[in-house]
Design a protein around this ligand. Sequence first.
Ligand SMILES: Nc1ncnc2c1ncn2[C@@H]1O[C@H](COP(=O)(O)OP(=O)(O)OP(=O)(O)O)[C@@H](O)[C@H]1O
Ligand SMILES: [Mg+2]
Length: 377
Amino acid sequence: MKDEQSYRTTESALRERVKELTCLFQIAQIAAKPHKLLKDTLQEIVALLPSAWKYPEITQARLLLDKVAYTTPGFREGYQKLSADVVINGVYRGELEITYLDEKPEIDVGPFLKEEQYLINAVARQLELVIENKQAEEDKIKLQDQLRHADRLATIGMLAAGVAHELNEPLGNILGFAQLAKKLPEVSEQVRQDLAKIEQASLYAREIIQKLLFFARQQPLKKDRVNLNQLVENGLSFLEARCTKEDINLVRKLNSQVPDIMADPSQIHQTLVNLVVNAIQAMPEGGRLTVRTDASEDNVILMVEDTGTGMDEELIENIFMPFFTTKEMGTGLGLPVVHGIVTAHGGTIKVDSKVNFGSRFVVQLPIKSDDDSEGNS
Ligand SMILES: Nc1ncnc2c1ncn2[C@@H]1O[C@H](COP(=O)(O)OP(=O)(O)OP(=O)(O)O)[C@@H](O)[C@H]1O
Ligand SMILES: [Mg+2]
């Protein structure tokens, strides 16, 4: 009789171990699936955890990672809880917890077996590895996307520069001869008007070519000492009236500690204007436009923020492509020009945006430019 009982206990303990091992094996299988998003992987792992516990039907699991919760369906706060911290690279990121929906008699750790505490610890370690690997994988993909994007912009830049150079000369001729012909005494009024139209159209085309050359970074930089705050104050004074008219509250947050940099003042002015005009155009019903300056150890920072329409991911993907526009009268060259200028200065530009909330463009320009480091500024 005693033998019979001890046999049953051993058998039930063994069954528990098999459940636990199966659970760990299944986690490993889920983690090994390629091309799965981290959040889906975590969700799938959390969903299979109850099966490894003593009372699967009343067991719920919840993983809190960076304040985001992944739970078994219909999760509610339970009576008794077993938990393990999730720590990645020495940083606490959240916890894994198992709860019972009904109260159960006390055994080792509350109502849980001590093996179940070992199990939840083992699962937490496995989750840490999965999270670390998946995040590294996602970072790599993001980096590859960025590189591909930069590569595409560089190719378009080269093409644009080639076309712009080729068109510049014939366009100069068209403009020059139209202007000359207009001055001839014997041309009729009608012809003079037509020539004026040719002149205007060529000037417009020349402007586009200029922008393309900016985008392709083919415009020589005329570097001078630039104080970003002064440049912003100056630039905004021209745009203030337009903001008032459009019911836009213009807020300046200029950090007086921003150091001077060596840069092309007219190009940085152009950058500011292009960003601010876009921000104004994104708020047809009015709103708030914030222009900030700041400095980090290596960079000066210009931020232009609006509370306008915002952009979704797909739109953001395209905004630096030349001729990409969503505006009836836009050329789609504003941001490509900004990108060209910022890159030519050795800086970076980043965008943060949320549909219906607004956008923020952050330009960083190095305090020490490449020329300085070579000692020939
Ligand atoms: N602050 C912003 N808020 C929302 N969308 C923006 C913002 N800035 C740019 N965009 C989007 O990016 C597109 C490209 O901008 P870009 O400045 O290059 O060209 P554009 O403004 O359309 O034309 P142009 O600058 O020649 O007037 C815009 O058409 C718009 O869809
Ligand atoms: Mg624009």
